[in-house]
Design a protein around this ligand. Sequence first.
Ligand SMILES: [Zn+2]
Ligand SMILES: [Zn+2]
Length: 196
Amino acid sequence: MNCPVCGKKLIQTEKALRCSGWKEGCEFTVWNTIAGHVLTEQEKGDLIKGEIIGEIRDFRSKAGKPFSARLKLDEEGKAVFVFPDQADLEDGMKCPVCGKAIRRNRKVWCCTDRECGFVIFDSLAGHLFTEEEKRALVEGTQIGPINDFVSRAGKQFTAFVKIGDNGKTRFVFPEEDTDEDETEHGGINHAVKDDE
Ligand SMILES: [Zn+2]
Ligand SMILES: [Zn+2]
């Protein structure tokens, strides 16, 4: 196997797989043990090929706390943990508007393309979306009825939610509910405008 940084041969020492070019300043090293997990030959090989390995479930933090993560080599050839937020980019969920990858964290799910506009905030009108609800929205499903929405006037209301053409969440009201005008509650866009 050759060093992914400088191309020289890698040598297996007692503690690590190192670049034989270390005298010339190449610091590429893959430690045999990372955070308590002993890397297999296969895992080291995959890392060097540039793959993200794992999920590895027997890591331990310095404080001794067990944790799971995937592992990859960064641009400098250092092993770094990949936690779910980052890994989400690779799990195949596609933006319902443009089809690009989506970015997810606790506060917001949005398109990796900033021009696109697709966004789901973690809560809407007082309702906290569950993971399943957000996934369904991404898949283009209308979700609901959700009955714990609260309007800015403090009135509780029931509505369905879907992703509109502009990539934003929008309410869809049950047909029999005539005193609620859909456009008045047309999602985050309108709420923001109204507040200005
Ligand atoms: Zn090297
Ligand atoms: Zn998009």
